[in-house]
Design a protein around this ligand. Structure first.
Ligand code: KIV
Length: 272
């Protein structure tokens, strides 16, 4: 076996060991450049199927094909050297049976070389989570608001607002943990429920709109950068990148219209 001196990349077990420790920092990423920028600050990067809405203009995540996830997964793997890269399994690629899920998850791992996959669903996906983890595929689970079930849920709303919804979500968390998931995303659930689940299960909870009671947080990068046209209320914007891009493009258009074309040395050498 050969060894090499590349920077050590975080693994699914590294993330699992962070339970109850320093908060886990995560972002979505869909391209090599943003992955390279985020790499030194985050513990894992998720190539989320939200890329269908954020990058490709779909109304939901449902139309996203497996090959698109693989293409973006490869780009993120080329950009990030240190962070664990997790690739989402898109709608229709894993629900049918554990062996169908294995076939597609193995394709994702082989073709992207990412360190883990994520799939949506609690109790109903337990058998599949067990099947995959037993066969060498680390699985991050995703419960609460699961966007691939949007047509069943009827909209993007906080889950667990009424206490009688809690038991099912708590059960989902317990079951995916017992099935072998190394972490679980809790999307859009109330703070007391997130606190209860985080205390009850031995794997890290990664919140998105689920309060600081989780073991870590993930946000869609474009949302926190201020690049998305509409963001959910819980999103804190750390930048105004959309406005910065528009300002830069406006200046560029003015420059070109003024025939102010740059560069008279006609060289493609890269700037220092
Ligand atoms: O697809 C995605 O970006 C996600 C996050 C919202 C967790 O699943």
């Amino acid at each position: 076996m050969s060894t090499h001196a590349a920077a050590k990349r975080l693994t699914a077990p590294d993330i699992a060991r962070r339970k109850g420790g320093e908060p886990i920092v995560a972002l979505t990423s869909y391209h090599a450049h943003t992955a390279a920028i985020a790499d030194k600050y985050v513990d894992f990067l998720l190539v989320g199927d939200s890329l269908g809405m954020v990058m490709h203009g779909f109304e939901s995540t449902l139309p996203v094909p497996l090959d698109l996830m693989i293409m973006h997964g490869r780009a993120v793997m080329r950009g990030a050297r240190r962070a664990l890269v997790v690739v989402d399994m898109p709608f229709g690629s894993y629900e049918e049976s554990p062996s169908h899920a294995f076939h597609n998850a193995a394709k994702v791992i082989k073709e992207t070389q990412c360190g883990a996959i994520k799939l949506e669903g609690g109790r109903r996906m337990a058998e599949t989570i067990h099947f995959l983890t037993e066969r060498g595929i680390p699985v991050m689970s995703h419960i609460g608001l699961t966007p691939q079930s949007i047509n069943v849920l009827g909209g993007f709303r906080t889950q667990g607002r009424s206490r009688d919804q809690w038991a099912a979500i708590e059960e989902d968390a317990r079951v995916v943990s017992e099935a072998g998931a190394f972490a679980v995303v809790l999307e859009a659930i109330t703070e007391p429920l997130a606190a209860k689940i985080t205390k009850a299960i031995p794997i890290p909870t990664i919140g998105i709109g689920a309060s600081a009671q989780c073991d870590g947080q993930i946000l869609v990068m474009e949302d926190m950068l201020g690049l998305a046209p509409r963001v959910p209320k819980f999103v804190k914007e750390f930048g105004k990148i959309g406005a910065a891009i528009e300002g830069a493009i406006r200046s560029y258009a003015e420059d070109v219209r003024a025939r102010n074309f740059p560069g008279d040395e006609h060289t493609y050498e890269v700037k220092d």
